[in-house]
Design a protein around this ligand. Structure first.
Ligand SMILES: Cc1cc2nc3c(=O)[nH]c(=O)nc-3n(C[C@H](O)[C@H](O)[C@H](O)COP(=O)(O)OP(=O)(O)OC[C@H]3O[C@@H](n4cnc5c(N)ncnc54)[C@H](O)[C@@H]3O)c2cc1C
Length: 426
């Protein structure tokens, strides 16, 4: 039996609020719902199910929030990972609208949870999308017009090159748009806050408990090294870390690694970088994203790898991306560097399914899981209670397999991703 791993050596782990150990599962228990994975998906499902009166057990192999939920960029985006013109081209206006509205509800769900449970996670309004290619300017202008005219979405301001440079302290971008109702937060503290709320509602959370096998039957059973959970419903919420439990999920979601650094507190320099304190993400396929924390550290994410290992020098790996945007930070000390594993789907829309009666899976939020994973937990709870309407909007989406199947998907992914990453530079 492998030992549970500690949190990644991140700024977030160093500033976690309410991070205390939970006992591993010992013995055989019966529950209404067993959830595998203690990130946003699993913890939010646990909270919403427990609030609905269900007996819930969460099994987390390591620490709660140990996965992507405790390591990410902390950016809460609007809508879906695909823009509405793409959604309309794929699915038509009505379905695009339904997906966009659910994305908006995801954003509201996170804000509601923070407010309702007084989660101390440094919420800050505002997100700026920076445009790295001149030819994208028209595309973005049309997208913003569509959002305002057809989707009733207010709160977007277009920034020309000069205004963008003033807003984000760099002139490397051709323009930007500011989204007032998106924003950013301390991701691990969001996860820990949802966990605490779930416990208060009656959910039982176990750390250091890896689910090693699922036993199908009229009532499914989840097997762990030191006990079992028999439950009417099982939720697979392991996302990029779910390995070996379910072939269908793994064939549809691809784990990829992404990296972040945090600088020392930048003092007065911080206000010159992002005077409005918004989060920023850019239009690259391999997105650069950054934000300032309350104490003025720059948290900067950039660079992905598709092999199984993290680079040896994560700080150096991310720093060169940061310096391409902020050369003036060459003398800033880098206090933390860490990596995490997220999961993408081929469409960049979540993969949610009821795989068989009593077995649910959700993942593949493709870099937009702060909102969508948290919301998926709510939809899973609704679906398990028999109200499948909104879950089915996602569950009914066509999902394409990654070529190469479970074992050969990595080489295919490396080829495809490398091509898109190259296009960022053309
Ligand atoms: C570096 C990075 C930056 C990101 N930036 C952003 C961002 O700015 N905005 C955004 O919206 N999204 C971002 N994301 C994506 C976002 O973090 C994820 O989509 C989201 O956290 C997924 O939550 P989850 O609960 O589904 O999975 P996770 O948080 O990964 O949780 C899965 C958990 O399941 C556990 N587990 C797996 N298998 C088992 C098993 N067999 N038994 C027990 N436990 C198991 C793992 O230990 C893990 O803790 C980023 C991700 C990364 C890695």
């Amino acid at each position: 039996m492998g030992l549970p791993l500690p949190h990644a050596p991140s700024l977030y782990a160093a500033t976690a609020v309410g991070d205390h150990p939970r006992a591993p599962l010992a013995g055989d228990v019966r529950a209404d719902v067993c959830i595998v994975g203690g990130g946003y998906t699993g913890l939010s499902a646990a909270l919403h199910l427990a609030e609905a009166g269900r007996k819930v057990v969460v099994l987390e192999a390591n620490r709660l929030g140990w996965g992507a939920s405790g390591r990410n960029g902390g950016q809460l985006h609007s809508g879906q990972r695909q823009d509405v013109s793409t959604l309309e081209a794929w699915f038509g206006r009505a379905r695009a609208r339904a997906l966009f509205d659910l994305g908006e509800e995801a954003k509201r769900t996170v804000k509601d949870l923070i407010a309702r449970h007084a989660i101390d996670c440094e919420w800050q309004d505002g997100l700026i999308h920076a445009i790295h290619k001149r030819r994208y300017l028209d595309v973005v202008r049309r997208e913003v017009e569509t959002l305002e005219r057809d989707y009733g979405y207010a709160g977007i301001t277009l920034l020309d090159r000069t205004a963008a440079a003033a807003a984000i302290g760099t002139d490397v971008y051709h323009g930007a748009w500011r989204d007032a109702s998106a924003g950013h937060l301390h991701p691990l503290n969001l996860a820990l806050g949802i966990a605490a709320a779930a416990e208060r509602a009656g959910a039982v959370l176990h750390e250091g408990t890896r689910a090693t096998r699922l036993v199908d039957g009229p009532v499914p059973k989840v097997v762990t090294p030191q006990g079992t959970v028999t439950a009417d419903a099982v939720v697979l919420a392991g996302n990029g870390y779910l390995e070996g439990l379910d072939r269908e999920t793994e064939a549809h979601v691809m784990p990829i690694h992404n990296y972040i650094l945090a600088t020392e507190p930048l003092g007065a320099r911080a206000d010159r970088l992002i005077p409005g304190r918004e989060a920023v993400s850019d239009s690259r396929f391999v997105v650069h994203y950054w934000r300032l924390t309350r104490v003025g550290r720059l948290v900067f994410g950039g660079g992905e790898t598709y092999s199984r290992q993290f680079p040896a020098d994560i700080k150096g790996f991310v720093r060169r991306h940061m310096l391409a945007i902020y050369p003036g930070l060459a003398d800033a000390r880098i206090d933390y560097g860490w990596g995490g594993t997220l999961a993408v789907t081929r469409s960049r829309l979540p993969f949610m399914r009821r795989l068989r009666p009593g077995l649910y899976t959700s993942g593949g939020y493709s870099g937009q899981g702060v909102g969508l994973a948290t919301f998926a937990g709510k939809l899973l709870a609704e679906a398990i209670a028999g109200d499948t309407g909104r879950f089915d909007v996602f569950a009914g989406l066509p999902a394409r397999l990654f070529p190469g199947g479970r074992h050969l998907r990595y080489p295919s992914l490396v080829l495809a991703m490398s091509w898109y990453a190259l296009r960022d530079r053309l």
